[in-house]
Design a protein around this ligand. Structure first.
Ligand SMILES: C[C@H](N)C(=O)N[C@@H](CCCCN)C(=O)O
Length: 479
C-alpha cells in the first residue's frame, strides 16, 4: 500500500448502508416468520384444541436444535471457519426448509388423536419445523452481526445495529398485525405460507449481499492475509472472560422476558384484558412498532456519547415495571395494556441497542463470530425453557380449562361443524362463561422474576467494565 490510504467499498457510506438494508430486510422477513403464529394462540387453541403446554412446546422449539444439538455453536464455528458468504446462504436455505415443514404441519390433515412419540402429530411437526427454521434464523442473526462489524466497525456501528434491529422489529410487527388478518380472511396455513414465500425473497437478498462481500474481500485482501485463522482453542478466550458471561446471562434473562412475551401476549390480551381473539395481536404489535425509531436512536446515542452499560440497566429496570403492571390482577383496562406495551417498547430498544455493539468491546474481532454464537446459545436456552415453563404453569394454574375446551371442540366436530367455524363457537362459549378464561397472573410472575435478575446482571456488567476497562461507557465512534 502507498502512503495514500487505500479506499475500499466500505468507506463509501452509500455502499455500507445499501449492504445494511439488504441484510436487514432478510432479517425483517426472518422475524416475521418467527412470530407468524404468535398472535394466533387463542385461534389455534380453539381450532386444534392445543393446551398451554402444547403451545409452549411449539413456541419453545427455537432452542431444541440450537441448544441440544449445539447447532448454534456449530453455526458460529462454521461462520468463523467458512466465512460470511457460506453461512449467509446456508442459513437462508435452512430457514426455508424449516418453514416448509411448519407449513406442512398446518396444511396437512392429521388424523384426530394421532401422535408422534406421544405428542400430538401437528404439535410435533410444527415444533420440528420451527426448530429447523430457528437454526437458520439464528445462523443468519450471527452472520448479520458479523457483517455489520465488518462494514461498520469504527464508524456508525451501534446505529447500524440499531437500524438492523429496527427493521427486524418491523418484521415482528407485520406478523403480529398481519397474521391474524390473513388467518381470518384465508386460513392459518395461508399465514404460514405467506411467510415461507417471503423467506425465499430473503435468500435472494443474501445472495446479492454476497456479491458485494466478494468485491470488498478483493479490496481488503492484504488486510485479510494478516489475520490468523480461527482455532477451536479461541473459544477458551471467550469463556474465560467474566464480562462475556455477564453480558450473555443478561441477554438470556432480558430476551426471555421479551420474545416469549410475543408468544403469550395474545392469550394475555384475550383472557386478562378482554380483547377479541381476531385482534389479539394489535396491542402487542405496538411493541415492535415503537422500537423501530427508538432502537437506532439509542444506538446513535451510544455511538456518540457512550453509557452502554447504563443504557442496559435502565432498559432492564423498565422491564421490571412493565411485567409487574401485566402481573397485577386488578389492572385490566385496555389503556393499561397499551401503556405497558409502550414502556416495553422503550425497554426493548434500550437494551439491544447497547448490548450487541458492546460485544466487540469485550471480545477480540477474531473470535466475534463464535462470541455472538455463544451468546445466542445461552440466550436460546432461555428462549426454549421459558415458553415451556410458561405453558406448563398456565395449565397447572388453570385446571379443567383445556379439558372443557377440548370436549367442546370434539362435540362441535361430532355435530359436523366445519373446522373454520369451530374457533368462533368455542369463543362464544368462553364469553358466555361456559368455558372459563385462563388466569395468567401466576404465569406472569415468571417474567417479573426474570427481569429482576436481568437488572442484577446489568449492574454486575457495569462493575466488571469499571474493573477491566472494556469501555462500555465510552462512545463507539473513533474521533
Ligand atoms: C433472537 C436472536 N438470537 C437475537 O438475539 N436477536 C437480537 C438481535 C441480535 C443481532 C444484533 N446485530 C434482537 O434484538 O432481535
Amino acid at each position: 500500500m502507498t502512503d495514500a490510504i487505500k479506499k475500499t467499498l466500505r468507506d463509501s457510506a452509500g455502499a455500507r448502508w445499501f449492504v445494511l438494508i439488504l441484510v436487514s430486510v432478510t432479517m425483517l422477513i426472518a422475524y416475521t416468520f418467527m412470530e407468524v403464529l404468535s398472535p394466533l394462540q387463542t385461534l389455534i387453541q380453539s381450532t386444534y384444541g392445543w393446551s398451554g403446554t402444547d403451545w409452549g412446546l411449539v413456541t419453545g422449539a427455537q432452542g431444541y436444535l440450537n441448544v441440544f444439538a449445539f447447532m448454534l455453536i456449530f453455526s458460529g464455528i462454521v461462520l468463523d471457519k467458512m466465512g460470511i458468504k457460506f453461512t449467509a446462504i446456508g442459513s437462508g436455505l435452512v430457514m426455508i426448509f424449516g418453514a416448509i415443514v411448519k407449513y406442512y404441519a398446518f396444511a396437512h390433515n392429521f388424523e384426530i388423536g394421532s401422535t408422534i412419540i406421544g405428542i400430538d402429530s401437528r404439535v410435533f411437526v410444527s415444533a420440528t419445523g420451527f426448530a429447523i427454521f430457528c437454526v437458520g434464523a439464528e445462523g443468519a442473526g450471527i452472520t448479520v452481526s458479523r457483517i455489520i462489524v465488518k462494514w461498520f466497525k469504527g464508524r456508525e456501528m451501534a446505529l447500524a445495529m440499531g437500524t438492523e434491529m429496527a427493521l427486524a422489529r418491523l418484521g415482528s410487527f407485520l406478523a403480529l398485525f398481519g397474521s391474524p388478518r390473513i388467518a381470518d380472511a384465508f386460513s392459518i396455513p395461508t399465514a404460514v405460507l405467506v411467510g415461507t414465500i417471503a423467506l425465499c425473497i430473503g435468500l435472494i437478498l443474501f445472495i446479492v449481499y454476497c456479491l458485494m462481500d466478494v468485491r470488498l474481500d478483493k479490496q481488503i485482501e492484504d488486510e485479510a492475509e494478516e489475520e490468523e485463522p480461527f482455532k477451536i482453542s479461541d473459544l477458551g478466550v471467550i469463556i474465560k472472560s467474566k464480562g462475556f458471561w455477564y453480558i450473555a446471562i443478561l441477554c438470556l434473562l432480558f430476551y426471555s422476558a421479551v420474545f416469549p412475551f410475543y408468544k403469550f401476549s395474545s392469550g394475555l390480551m384475550v383472557n386478562k384484558f378482554g380483547i377479541d381473539p381476531s385482534t389479539a395481536g394489535d396491542i402487542p404489535s405496538i411493541l415492535p412498532f415503537g422500537t423501530i425509531l427508538l432502537t437506532p436512536l439509542f444506538g446513535f446515542i451510544y455511538d456518540k456519547y457512550g453509557k452502554g452499560a447504563s443504557i442496559m440497566i435502565l432498559g432492564a429496570v423498565l422491564l421490571v415495571i412493565v411485567h409487574t403492571i401485566f402481573y397485577i390482577p386488578a389492572l385490566t383496562a385496555t389503556w393499561v395494556a397499551i401503556f405497558a406495551v409502550v414502556l416495553l417498547g422503550i425497554a426493548f430498544s434500550l437494551v439491544p441497542s447497547a448490548m450487541w455493539p458492546s460485544v466487540p468491546k469485550i471480545i477480540p474481532d477474531k473470535q466475534l463470530g463464535s462470541a455472538y454464537a455463544l451468546i445466542f446459545y445461552v440466550q436460546n436456552i432461555g428462549l426454549m425453557l421459558v415458553p415451556i415453563l410458561l405453558g406448563v404453569v398456565l395449565d397447572k394454574t388453570n385446571p379443567g380449562v383445556n379439558e372443557k375446551t377440548e370436549s367442546a371442540i370434539l362435540n362441535f366436530r361430532a355435530e359436523g361443524i366445519p373446522a373454520n367455524e369451530i374457533s368462533a363457537k368455542v369463543q362464544a362459549l368462553r364469553e358466555a362463561g361456559d368455558i372459563p378464561m385462563f388466569d395468567y397472573s401466576s404465569t406472569w410472575l415468571i417474567f417479573v422474576g426474570l427481569t429482576i435478575l436481568a437488572t442484577v446482571f446489568g449492574f454486575l456488567l457495569k462493575a466488571e467494565d469499571r474493573k477491566k476497562g472494556y469501555g462500555l461507557e465510552l462512545p463507539n465512534i473513533e474521533k
